[in-house]
Design a protein around this ligand. Sequence first.
Ligand code: GLV
Length: 371
Amino acid sequence: MHHRAPIQSKLDIDALEATARAKLPRMVYDYYAGGADDELTLADNRAAWDRYALLPRVLVDVSERELSTSVLGRTLAVPFAVAPMAYQGLAHPEGELATVRAAGAVGAPLILSTFATRGIEEVMAVATGPVWFQLYAFSDRGATRALVERAAAAGASALVVTVDAPLLGNRRRDTANDFSLPGDLGVGNLDGLEVPGGSAGVSGASLAAYFGQRVGRSLTWDDVDWIGSIAGLPLVLKGILAAEDARLAAAHGAAAIVVSNHGGRQLDGVPAAVDVLAELVDACAGAVEVWVDGGVRRGTDLVKALALGARLVLVGRPVLWGLATDGETGVRHVLEGLRDELDLALALCGCRRPADLGRGHVRPAAGSGMR
Ligand code: GLV
């Protein structure tokens, strides 16, 4: 790619969030924005990036740059993807359809939530880029198998299994607001599926109750083996923070792990993903791809993640703020802005491509307390 024009990102994610907040009903904004308990981890996810400083190299020819990256054996145009996020129909009537179109326009994969408002077939019909399916495994293996087979048949090209949510975290905002889905919004992926306790009952039910009745609490590494055997798709385990679990993921055939605390929505008081990233990269060196998410708001955050060894970075809430503000156009604005910021930060680090970044480009920031 040639970049002659100056790169001027107009992206202001905090301003977009403020706009989204003013537009959305309180219950919806809080569901998206909130975290568990005292939201310590939620806040730390943002703060953590600032504890790292970039150390650029100079006098490198960066006139030609390339953001493409190899992920799961294929080439992606950008080293980031849209994180799985439930119920996007609450943010905009087009919901996941708007998000997937915008993701396709920049070549970022969309990870479609089990709890998407639009079903995978509808999403695939308008997708122009890769779609991966996020799986909440049900307590009932028959229902899980049906869902996985449905996703694979529709054309999902990877299965991203969430492993940090045997129960839902204690989201105090949702309890206070009595969070539930409006009756006119469905959960497309579960339509027609035999889920014990009823598949239609999600509307109107609180998320926590729905989860409690249907999503498996007993999921173990044996289930990971089983899911891997039925999927026929690269398996990604999302929600890993401990080095030993990263090793186990590799041993159980995962193609990638997502170092993640679920956007601060599950166990409060855990580390920000970026703070354990290098340790996990070292733990499963070369055996699995290591991806990361949580609190990413700037191209420089993306550069720090890549320098610490992440292959791919998932972007979550900023996409929702773009979606709520302006549908597909809003999501494009966010993803294009992040792409442009990443391109500029990479060039200013003296790198031509994501793979040129290494640990030497990042160090603890002064005053971070880290050594
Ligand atoms: C669902 O996964 C959520 O975090 O609300």
